[in-house]
Design a protein around this ligand. Structure first.
Ligand code: SF4
Length: 368
């Protein structure tokens, strides 16, 4: 894998900067203000995306702020320019989901991923703008999805990977009824400056415990564990080098105003004296495909980041699994893009793989 691809596999769109919640770990800087994406931005993005979607699977991920805070009318208007081949996904805090939203998801064939951190007592960081717990509203939204038989994914942030937490989270998600679970150990990024440093053995134990819980009842696609098992199988088959894509997916995030930040949605909305606003262009003045064609050359920080990826390649034994991604984590943890190891990659790559291996070692059949 070298450099950045010119064509992404998905694009992240910000229909509004507003979020109706005020979670303690949120990285978004403008979540209290409702800056809405005009339809002209969606039209400009669709002009590049529609030809890509005609030749390969392609997704638009509506992200925020809280994307449902834009309202059904606004979201529908933003979706109109996209062709029928484009898959639409939404990442939501679920608190606004009701029957009308479920009908909207069906009508627009929209796939839903909800953010929920496990049982009530693990959602203490998730509060409304007035500081009240959001958990009951999250659960009401999920209940609406289930009433309408809508499949959904869950995304959980774990801020304390203590023993017992992985089993608790997995069992909770079995009851919740999600099809897919993604797990993020809390990250220090954006306006969230809380530390994400943990005892290595505890984090490894968390992932090992999650694998054990999943193996007892493998009814949910467990995103991180499936990645790890695919990598372990490829190593055993001797083709691990073929697993990483040939080029990094640029993952363009299109902010409400049309500005494009590649590789890390978490950088959108920030500025730095060295790197400016991190954007590589604006779709209202330059087509998205043209922005991506030379983003690495025209964007100072992207070139620096690709240097960091090469440093990972030559120094890190986990590169074949990780690919050296995570630009925002480098910036927010190390203050630069050409460094290598971060707490995030220790928590969510290195110890993830170690945890899966620990589980395998602990469950070898006798004599194996
Ligand atoms: S685990 Fe960290 S240091 Fe290793 S390749 Fe990934 S980002 Fe780089």
């Amino acid at each position: 894998m070298r450099g950045m691809a010119a064509v992404p596999s998905y694009v992240v769109m910000q229909p509004t900067t507003l979020c109706n919640l005020d979670c303690a770990y949120c990285y978004l800087p403008f979540r209290a203000t409702d800056r809405r994406m005009p339809v002209a931005v969606a039209e400009a993005v669709a002009a590049s995306v529609n030809p890509w979607a005609a030749s390969a699977r392609f997704s638009v991920v509506w992200h925020g702020g809280e994307p449902l805070a834009a309202g059904r009318e606004q979201l529908a208007a933003l979706m109109v320019p996209f062709g029928p081949e484009v898959e639409h996904h939404v990442q939501t805090n679920a608190t606004l989901i009701d029957d009308a939203w479920c009908e909207f998801f069906v009508a627009h064939r929209m796939r839903v991923s909800v953010s929920v951190d496990g049982p009530r007592e693990r959602n203490g960081d998730r509060v409304t703008r007035s500081g009240r717990p959001a958990y009951d509203r999250i659960v009401r939204g999920v209940a609406a999805l289930r009433r309408h038989d809508l499949p959904f994914s869950a995304l959980a942030v774990v801020n304390d990977p203590a023993p017992g937490r992985a089993t608790e989270l997995y069992d909770y998600c079995l009851d919740l009824g999600c099809e897919v679970l993604g797990v993020n150990i809390e990250e220090t990024e954006g306006v969230n400056t809380r530390t994400n440093a943990h005892d290595p053995a505890v984090v490894t134990g968390f992932w090992a415990e999650l694998v054990a819980a999943w193996r007892r009842q493998p009814r949910i696609h467990l995103r991180e564990v499936e990645w790890s098992l695919r990598y372990a199988a490829a190593v055993l088959d001797g083709n691990a080098d073929d697993l990483l894509p040939r080029h990094l997916d640029p993952i363009p995030t299109v902010a409400y105003d049309g500005s494009v930040v590649v590789l890390s949605p978490e950088l959108a909305g920030f500025t730095d004296p060295r790197y400016g606003d991190f954007s590589s262009g604006n779709v209202l003045t330059t087509p998205l495909h043209a922005i991506l064609a030379d983003a690495a050359e025209r964007t100072t920080w992207v070139g620096e980041f690709l240097t960091g990826v090469e440093a990972c390649r030559s120094s890190c034994p986990y590169f074949g699994f990780c690919g050296g991604g995570h630009a925002a984590n480098r910036y927010f943890e190390l203050g630069r893009f050409d460094g290598t190891e971060t707490e995030h990659c220790r928590n969510s790559k290195i110890r993830l793989l170690e945890g899966v291996l620990e589980h395998a070692r602990n469950h070898q059949s006798p004599g194996a």
